[in-house]
Design a protein around this ligand. Structure first.
Ligand code: C2O
Ligand code: CU
Length: 401
C-alpha cells in the first residue's frame, strides 16, 4: 500500500476540443479531462487542490466510499476560494472506475471541463490487452461556435445537451485498436445531461463492471445505457484488421430532447497483435444485501425532490441499519439518482451489482438497498442531470452512529 500525492490546480484552460477550434475551458492542471489518478485498493491518496480560477470550487470524489469530511460538497467544507487550497486525503477501499469533479457551480464548471477519472485496481482482475478510460461528454455551443450561455429556465428544466460530442475532451476522435486484441474500456458519462445508449458498431461486447467495480459475471450485450454520472466497464473486441466501427449513442427517449443516433468516436482496427486476454466466467462474488422484494424503509419522490429546493433534508440514517429506498419518479422525464459516498444495489433489475447512480425512468420506480457503514456525517443525494441538481433536485441527510 502506497501513499500517492497528487497536485490538482483548477484553472482556466485554452481548450482546443477539435483542431483549430478553441473554447475558454476550465481544467484540472489545465487539461480536459484532468489527470488520470491511478491507485491500488488500500492506497492513500493525498490531493492538494489549488484554486487558480476566479470563482470558488471544490472536488467531489464520485463513487468513492470515503469519510464525509472528504466528500467535497459545500455541506462538509467551505468552498475553496480563488488563490486558496484544500487538502483531500483518503484511502481507496474499492476497485473500480470512479471520477472526480467540481461540486460548485457545476453546470458551468463541469461543462467547461473540470472533471477527471480515478481508477482503482484490485487483486485478481481479468487480464485484458489494454485498459483505457473514455470520458464521454458533450458541449453546447451557440451559432457563433462559442459556449452557449448557461442556465435559462428552459435549460434548467430540460437539461443542457449540446451537439458537440466528446471523448476525453476531443470531438469525435479516432481510436485505434489492434486486430485480435480485447481491451478493457472504462466509460464515464461526464455530460451535464446527455443520456448515452452506447453501441460499438452494433458488435457484441462484454459488460464487466459498473459504478462500483466488477459485476458478478460478464454479460454479453450490443448496447448499454449510461446516464450522467454512471460508469460502465466493457471488454471490447476482438475485431479484424481494417474494420471501421463507430462508437455511438443510439436514440434514447428520456422524456426530453430529440432522441437521435449520434457518433462519439470512430474506431479503426489496425494490424493484428497477439492477445493474452481472458475474461473468467465469474468476476467476483457479490452478496445480495437483501431479498429483491424487501419492503421499502423509505420512499424518495423525484417529484417532491424536484420541487423541494436546496435546503431540503431527509431523515437521518443510522449506521448499520439496512436501507431499502423506493425511488419513485412521477415526473415526465428520467432522472439519474446519485447517492454520495455509499454503494447501493438495485433490487428491481434482477442484477447484483454495486452502483452509486441509477436511472429512474419516468413514470416508474426503482428500489435500491444500501448499508450505511461507519462513516457518519453529512451526505446527500441528487439528480445527476446537473441542471436539475442546480435547481435544487437534491436532499441532505445525516448518517448517525
Ligand atoms: Cu457526481 Cu454530487 O455528484
Ligand atoms: Cu433530474
Amino acid at each position: 500500500m502506497q501513499t500517492r500525492a497528487v497536485e490538482l490546480e483548477a484553472r482556466e484552460a485554452d481548450w482546443e476540443y477539435t483542431p483549430g477550434r478553441r473554447l475558454p475551458g476550465m481544467g484540472f492542471n489545465g487539461t480536459i479531462p484532468g489527470p488520470l489518478i491511478e491507485a491500488e485498493v488500500g492506497d492513500t491518496i493525498h490531493v492538494r487542490l489549488t484554486n487558480g480560477l476566479s470563482e470558488p470550487t471544490t472536488i467531489h470524489w464520485h463513487g468513492l466510499r470515503i469519510p464525509a469530511a472528504m466528500d467535497g460538497t459545500e455541506s462538509v467544507q467551505a468552498s475553496v476560494e480563488p488563490g486558496e487550497s484544500f487538502d483531500y486525503e483518503f484511502t481507496v477501499p474499492d476497485a473500480g472506475t470512479f471520477w472526480y469533479h467540481t461540486h460548485v457551480n457545476e453546470t458551468e464548471q463541469l461543462e467547461r471541463g473540470l472533471y477527471g477519472a480515478l481508477v482503482v485496481r484490485g487483486p485478481g482482475e481479468p487480464a485484458l490487452d489494454d485498459d483505457r478510460v473514455l470520458m464521454l461528454d458533450d458541449l453546447k455551443l451557440d451559432e457563433d461556435g462559442q459556449l452557449a450561455p448557461f442556465g435559462d429556465h428552459h435549460e434548467l428544466h430540460e437539461g443542457r445537451e449540446g451537439e458537440v460530442r466528446l471523448v476525453n475532451g476531443l470531438q469525435e476522435p479516432e481510436l485505434e485498436l489492434a486486430a485480435g486484441q480485447v481491451e478493457r474500456w472504462r466509460i464515464v458519462n461526464a455530460a451535464n445531461t446527455r443520456f448515452m445508449r452506447l453501441s460499438i458498431g452494433g458488435r457484441p461486447f462484454t459488460i464487466l463492471g459498473t459504478d462500483g467495480g466488477l459485476i458478478g459475471a460478464p454479460v454479453e450485450a450490443t448496447e448499454v445505457l449510461v446516464t450522467p454520472g454512471e460508469r460502465v466497464e466493457l471488454a471490447v473486441g476482438p475485431f479484424a484488421e481494417g474494420d471501421v466501427l463507430e462508437l455511438e449513442a443510439l436514440p434514447y427517449d428520456r422524456g426530453r430532447g430529440e432522441p437521435r443516433r449520434e457518433r462519439f468516436a470512430t474506431i479503426r482496427v489496425g494490424p493484428a497483435k497477439p492477445s493474452g486476454a481472458s475474461v473468467p466466467g465469474i468476476l467476483r462474488q457479490i452478496e445480495p444485501l437483501t431479498a429483491p422484494d424487501a419492503e421499502p424503509t423509505r420512499t424518495v419522490s423525484m417529484k417532491a425532490l424536484m420541487h423541494g429546493g436546496h435546503g431540503q433534508r431527509d431523515e437521518d440514517v443510522p449506521v448499520g441499519e439496512l436501507q431499502v429506498w423506493e425511488l419513485v419518479n412521477e415526473t415526465s422525464q428520467d432522472h439519474p439518482f446519485h447517492l454520495h459516498g455509499f454503494f447501493f444495489q438495485v433490487l428491481s433489475d434482477g442484477q447484483v451489482a454495486w452502483k452509486d447512480t441509477v436511472n429512474v425512468p419516468r413514470q416508474s420506480q426503482v428500489r435500491i438497498a444500501w448499508l450505511p457503514d461507519d462513516r457518519p456525517g453529512e451526505w446527500m443525494y441528487h439528480c445527476h442531470i446537473l441542471e436539475h441538481h442546480a435547481m435544487g433536485m437534491m436532499a441532505h441527510f445525516r448518517v448517525v452512529s
